[in-house]
Design a protein around this ligand. Sequence first.
Ligand SMILES: [Zn+2]
Length: 82
Amino acid sequence: MKYVLVFVVLALAFWMWRKNRSPGAAPHDERVSGGTQMHRSNAPPQLMVTCAHCGLHLPQAEAVTGQRAVYCSLAHRQKEEA
Ligand SMILES: [Zn+2]
């Protein structure tokens, strides 16, 4: 029982030590434009739009703009605006 108490105190101290360390160093302030995404990214904060036909969320750069709304593809634009 005594060892359990010691372990808990040590764990608590370690947790507080880690908590005090983290706020200074932000995890990822740089490297916003990582190369892992498959689509081309003109601007890192991508504005997401919703296809008016199927409801798909996609970056505005890849959306097809119609007369009344935006769509995920030319086919969905033609179906909606035909
Ligand atoms: Zn669609």
